[in-house]
Design a protein around this ligand. Structure first.
Ligand code: GLN
Length: 285
């Protein structure tokens, strides 16, 4: 039967608003995905065929969302830095916060031809794949430990030319296949504290704990990764971490204690310090 997209959207919004904040936006995203239409189609009051398949799909997605499955998992993809990444159960959803890390990285790489870059705890690959796409002259490596996340990494890497050398391995023990030196090492490691892990929003609780849990004080990976990789920065090379709110003091200290220098903190769009970077001391810059 032919039905008004506006009506489908309104009904879905009403259903979702029982449980979900921002039901407005989410209902629109789901209708767009199920009917393969644009926001304009919705705004212009267009009609579409509501067949049995679409009816079932709508009902299924509404039910899953009411159980607090993240919208991004339902859609199966999410945008990051202007590109679309495959996401789903078992992998951390790319977040706008992380674009701050990408911007900082790209800034650093300006004027450095053919840089060698490493992305640790790569997840969907949103950081490494973006850097490789933005800098076709870069040699980018990525390490991810989770088999589930790895499937998404491979799909996303393939979607954007397969330029990243991915390794399914534990970043805490630098894989032998990695180059000896990097110009830039980036990571958005798990950084939530035990206290934060105990009170996750229901949606975040559906994301892999392995991508969130940073140990008791949230700093486990900053200590371990800095210890394992600070010595692998080339002259003037930079290590760049995404951090959780309020972690800048402690992460800066970890970087400083490892012998790195030129420590710099960068805020995200909300003014929260989101990225901490440090450079190899034997630097010309
Ligand atoms: N940004 C995520 C959150 O706040 C955490 C991701 C991470 O630990 N790297 O839920």
């Amino acid at each position: 039967m032919v039905i008004s997209l506006q009506k489908v959207y309104r009904d879905l919004k009403n259903t979702l608003s029982r449980e979900i904040e921002g039901a407005d936006f989410e209902a629109r995203e789901i209708v767009r995905a199920v009917f393969g239409v644009s926001n304009t189609d919705l705004l212009l009051g267009r009609e579409a065929e509501l067949d049995e398949g679409r009816r079932e799909r709508l009902a299924e997605l509404a039910a899953r969302r009411l159980r607090h499955e993240p919208l991004q998992y339902l859609l199966g993809e999410w945008d990051f830095y202007g590109r679309t990444f495959a996401v789903g159960e078992g992998v951390l959803i790319p977040r706008a916060d992380t674009e701050t890390l990408v911007e900082r990285a790209l800034d650093f790489l300006k004027g450095r031809p053919a840089p060698t870059v490493l992305d640790l705890c790569a997840g969907t690959g949103c950081i490494g794949v973006t850097l490789a796409a933005e800098r076709p002259d870069a040699e980018v490596w990525a390490v991810e430990k989770s088999e589930a996340a790895w499937q998404y990494f491979c799909r996303n890497n393939a979607s954007y030319g397969g330029r990243v050398h991915g390794l399914l391995a534990d970043a805490l023990e630098p894989p032998a296949a990695l180059p000896a030196r990097f110009d830039l090492i980036v990571s958005n490691p798990p950084y939530l504290t035990a206290e934060e892990m105990a009170e996750l929003q229901p949606e975040v609780a559906k994301e892999p704990a392995m991508a969130l849990d940073g140990g008791i004080d949230g700093l486990f990976f900053y200590r371990a990764l800095t210890k394992a990789y600070a010595g692998r920065l080339g002259p003037g090379g930079m290590l760049a971490y995404e951090i959780g709110m309020g972690q800048e003091g402690q992460v800066s200290e970890i970087l400083h204690n490892s012998g790195l220098d030129f420590i710099c903190q960068t805020p995200d769009l909300h003014g929260i310090i989101r990225v901490v970077t440090a450079k190899n001391k034997f630097s010309s810059k």
